[in-house]
Design a protein around this ligand. Structure first.
Ligand code: TXA
Ligand code: MG
Length: 329
């Protein structure tokens, strides 16, 4: 067939980002794409990650390009187990205790990078530390095993947008920019991981899926808070990071003229994060609800959020809501 069209597979020209099923064939295809430095979004228990081979400069450069992310933002490396973590990073005593308690799960530890780790310098943005996480989602685990290497994966959304908690969200933001998305349904936690420096003294860089109270209880000490909004110790801390299109007002107990109210517990709204005031449910629904509220509010719309208690997962929820409400440049 001399005139048969040739199909060129290139991450910079993926008019048809493919959706892969969560089965053996889907996993094998995802692993094959990753092995040739293509990008595959995959589910974790927190949010969908935009995965690329952490050892490949080309794959990591493609992640930055696909997200439109400023290149000073380092990425989280996802690994299947502690042995794999120790091949790229130095695990101190507090980090080890946290790993035993919370991995696999929604915790990211920022650790000293091991010499000769083989991780692309683009992953760490030239820092001497590396952020690592062992995800609990069974599909993420199976993908890491099938691929057999470290996966750099930021949240699978264009930079500055709300993180995706469903395969459909990934496609809304990144169709045509990545090779495929592995569809594992909705994410259970719904908020990104907690990011911590563990040793010598613990510092919280981003509140997330593991409540800081649980970290403090385990370590038997208070955890300092680093990375104020706008001071990017952890660049995901940029104030406008979770911006919807609509203007956002917080601590609202009723809707003002023209506002769409998102309720919580006793405060009823057109939408609600959790009618029962359940923080786990509210976290799982947060990003989906932000998208839905943004869509319902329309182009010049305004959204008001009911108060959420500042305890447990409520801290991470309020952190994301404050960023959504922050003034934008
Ligand atoms: O739940 C999650 O953490 C998700 C899933 C996919 O694992 N990932 C995620 O990645 O939220 P991303 O890239 O959106 O956020 C990673 C954060 C960024 O704010 C980045 O600056 C910070 O981690 N980070 C990465 N390496 C760091 C380092 N060496 N020191 C300080 N912060 C670091
Ligand atoms: Mg993100």
């Amino acid at each position: 067939m001399p005139n048969a069209p040739t199909i060129k597979l290139d991450a910079t020209s993926n008019p048809m980002t493919r959706t892969l099923a969560p089965d053996e064939a889907g996993l094998a295809e995802a692993a094959r794409l990753l092995a040739v430095s293509e990008l595959v979004a995959f589910p974790t228990e927190t949010v969908y990650g935009l995965g690329g081979d952490a050892r490949s400069d080309r794959a990591v450069a493609r992640i930055y390009e696909a997200k439109g992310r400023p290149s000073f933002n380092p990425l989280i490396v996802h690994l299947p187990d502690l042995a794999a973590v120790e091949r790229i990073a130095l695990v101190g005593p507090k980090a080890r205790a946290l790993a035993a308690a919370f991995w696999p799960g929604p915790l990211t530890l920022v650790l000293p990078l091991r010499a000769g780790a083989g991780v692309s310098p683009l992953v760490t943005a030239g820092l001497e530390t590396v952020a690592v996480r062992i995800p609990a989602h069974p599909l993420a685990q199976r993908l890491l095993m099938a691929f057999g290497g470290p996966l750099a994966a930021p949240s699978a959304n264009p930079s500055g947008r709300v993180s995706p908690t469903r395969a459909g969200h990934v496609l809304e933001g990144l169709t045509g920019r990545i090779a495929a998305v592995l569809d594992g349904g909705p994410c259970a936690v719904g908020l990104e991981s907690t990011i911590l420096l563990a040793d010598p003294e613990p510092v919280l860089l981003r509140p997330g899926g593991v409540p800081v109270e649980a970290v403090e209880a385990l370590l038997g000490e208070t955890v300092a808070t680093g990375g104020d909004a706008g001071k990017p110790t952890s660049p995901g801390q940029l104030a406008s990071h979770y911006a919807p299109e609509a203007a956002v007002r917080l601590e609202a107990t009723e809707a003002r003229e023209g506002e769409l109210l998102v309720g919580f517990g006793a405060v009823k709204g057109r939408l609600t994060l959790s009618a029962n005031g359940d923080l786990v449910e509210a976290a799982a629904r947060l990003f989906d609800t932000l998208r839905e509220a943004d869509r319902l509010a329309g182009p010049d719309g305004r959204i008001a959020f009911a108060p959420v208690p500042e305890t447990g997962l409520g801290r991470a929820i309020n952190d994301r809501l404050r960023r959504a409400a922050a003034p934008r440049g």
